[in-house]
Design a protein. Structure first.
Length: 147
């Protein structure tokens, strides 16, 4: 803390110490400055950002598509894939596509999505309930919160 001084005086002090004068908050009255080694400061700041990114967990949204006329065994295979995605901590978008005349059986698609949810049991939570989006029924599943 060197107190309030003009920018020229601060620059002279910084030059004497062979350091840089960095404005921390230039909008304040008077502006707040620090005398420091700017290269070292930027390096440490980059390291801190890299360290904080390392600790973040990125959740992906995986998608599993199926059709209305899916057979039981194929459905079991898809449910197994969904449960694997959820165990890995990813969110899952389950969609049932309708082609051509299948559009007249949209309720069957909704029932299929609810059947998939029942087959998964309580390993996951329905984030967004089944909803029609264009020519497909879509439901989002997320892993259950660990308490």
């Amino acid at each position: 803390m060197l107190g309030v001084m003009s920018a020229r005086e601060a620059q002279v002090i910084a030059d004497e110490r062979e350091l840089d004068l960095v404005k921390v908050s230039p909008d304040a009255k008077p502006p707040v400055c620090k005398i420091l080694d700017y290269g070292k400061f930027r390096y440490e700041q980059a390291r801190r950002e890299k360290e904080s990114k390392k600790n973040q967990k990125v959740t992906e949204i995986k998608e599993v598509r199926t059709s209305v006329r899916v057979q039981d065994h194929d459905l079991q295979v898809k449910v197994k894939a969904i449960s694997k995605f959820i165990e890995d901590g990813n969110k899952v978008k389950v969609s049932v596509r309708f082609r051509g005349r299948e559009m007249s059986y949209t309720e069957t698609g909704k029932t299929l999505l609810l059947k998939i949810k029942d087959m998964l049991g309580d390993t996951c939570v329905v984030e967004k309930p089944p909803k029609m989006e264009g020519r497909s029924y879509v439901m989002y599943l997320a892993p259950k919160k660990q308490s």
